[in-house]
Design a protein around this ligand. Structure first.
Ligand code: SF4
Ligand code: SF4
Length: 79
């Protein structure tokens, strides 16, 4: 199974930029640090806007990507 994980590191200064761009409101500031909730959809927008580069995105199960693509292809019309 492919999973996207978003994590916030110690470089976060609580500037609020990520919170403002998150369209599902998955980010809250606690003690001036960004905290990502389970509502996160892994879109990566917050990663790209953070001025501190404090947010990291990682993909788990990337080794099975070909298998996932094959499964999707079997379910949809690919043109
Ligand atoms: S944009 Fe970066 S530095 Fe600012 S609150 Fe979010 S994680 Fe922290
Ligand atoms: S990855 Fe997207 S959905 Fe998740 S916290 Fe960042 S902006 Fe919000």
């Amino acid at each position: 199974m492919l999973g996207v994980r978003i994590t916030v590191g110690d470089a976060c200064i609580g500037c609020d930029t990520c919170q403002n761009i998150c369209f599902v409101k998955a980010i809250t500031l606690i003690d001036k640090k960004a905290v990502i909730s389970d509502s996160c959809l892994g879109c990566g927008r917050c990663v790209s806007v953070c001025p501190q580069k404090a947010i990291k995105i990682s993909v788990e199960g990337i080794a099975n990507l070909d298998e996932s693509v094959d499964r999707i292809k079997s379910l949809v019309d690919v043109t």
